[in-house]
Design a protein around this ligand. Structure first.
Ligand code: XIL
Length: 354
């Protein structure tokens, strides 16, 4: 008996230690994968350790987008993508591909011919096919899911599709084609449509209609990606609950692909910096509000665990986030669960206590 009592402190501290070592991925192992968007550079810093401790999956933040990976018609740059893929393989992390067809970060050559004129629909689709086939084939041994088409639905309630260069040249056909090309290159990959602001009921309705129409035509679309770029003022519990409910009815796997909770009220378009943007202190009030939003998001993610297969954060820690420069350039944001020293924030506790 005495011996057992003597051992207790050791047992207790080991358990405590193991608990401290527990990462997000461990807390959520019976729910869904927890992922993170990374750059090649981050994998060479102390953030790599945090990734291995906390996350079970990664997405390339930029490295596999059309502009970075295919800067000229006859030149690909696989340096970033290959490093991220190698890190994933070495460390047994899942890898999501992002993204094959998007109106942003598209190289200029893609839409014009040698004389600078806009290409025809045939040429555009051929280029899209070559691009998708090359990139998907290169990573088919490691990438299990692709965001094939990103953000083609218009924000304005009066328009259906976004009026992008892809759309102006090829009409809506490029959407189905992109899925078909990706499926032909890797029939095993899970192919996602990915977008933002689905908590808006009108936009959500359009996405659901498009996905249903594509499926009715036999287009290989297998999942819905909700980016999840939210903020201290949205989504409300009702909005998010309804959003997840509506999408879960599609019967397709759903992923939160780019989660972050900005400490500033949500805005969807880039704008100039104004006087009030200079207050960038991460105050106790902002911290509290952010924690509340993170808490409600994960409560609802857990509620819809049957449909949700992964939740991916967009960036690793508050050391740097794309929101430091969007929608306002050089306005520091604090949207993630780890601070700049890579320590868990209050919001982390709210996410893992359930
Ligand atoms: C962002 C990256 O994080 C930035 O580094 C880049 O400058 C712009 O793109 N929706 C998406 C992501 O699908 O690819 C975007 O990522 C954020 C919004």
């Amino acid at each position: 008996m005495k011996n057992i009592l003597l051992l207790l402190p050791i047992v207790f501290s080991t358990v405590l230690h193991a608990q401290q070592e527990k990462g997000l991925k461990d807390y959520y192992k019976n729910y869904f994968d927890i992922g993170v968007a990374v750059s090649r550079h981050a994998l060479q810093t102390d953030e790599a350790g945090l990734i291995l401790q906390q996350f079970g999956s990664m997405t390339a933040e930029n490295a596999m987008k059309m502009g970075p990976i295919h800067p000229e018609e006859n030149r690909y740059n696989f340096v970033g993508g290959d490093s991220i893929a190698a890190f994933a393989k070495r460390n047994n992390l899942k890898l999501r591909g992002h993204t094959l067809c998007w109106h942003n970060q598209t190289p200029r050559w893609f839409f014009t011919n040698a004389t600078g004129d806009t290409v025809t629909k045939e040429v555009l689709l051929q280029r899209l096919k070559d691009h998708i086939t090359t990139v998907v084939t290169r990573y088919k041994d490691v990438i299990y899911a692709w965001d094939v088409v990103n953000e083609v639905i218009a924000d304005s309630p009066n328009e259906f599709y976004r009026n992008s260069t892809f759309y102006r040249i090829a009409g809506e056909d490029f959407i189905a084609k992109a899925f078909e090309y990706a499926h032909a290159a890797d029939p095993k990959a899970i192919l996602f449509y990915n977008d933002y602001n689905e908590i808006n009921a009108v936009k959500r309705g359009k996405i659901i209609k498009m996905v249903n129409d594509l499926r009715a035509k036999g287009v290989p679309i297998h999942g819905i990606g909700l980016q999840g770029h939210w903020a201290v003022n949205e989504p409300s519990r009702e909005q998010l609950d309804k959003t997840l409910e509506d999408f879960s009815k599609l019967g397709l796997p759903m992923q939160i692909t780019e989660l972050d909770i900005s400490v500033y009220p949500k805005e969807h378009n880039a704008r100039e910096k104004k006087a009030s943007d200079y207050d960038t202190i991460f105050s106790a009030e902002k911290q509290e509000k952010q924690m509340e939003v993170y808490k409600l998001c994960f409560e609802l993610f857990r509620k819809y665990k049957k449909s949700i297969t992964a939740v991916t954060f967009w960036n690793i820690s508050d050391r740097s986030s794309w929101l430091d420069n969007f929608p306002v350039r050089e306005r520091k944001d604090y949207p993630l669960l780890f601070d700049k020293y890579l320590k868990p924030k209050e919001a982390f506790d709210a996410v893992v206590k359930f």
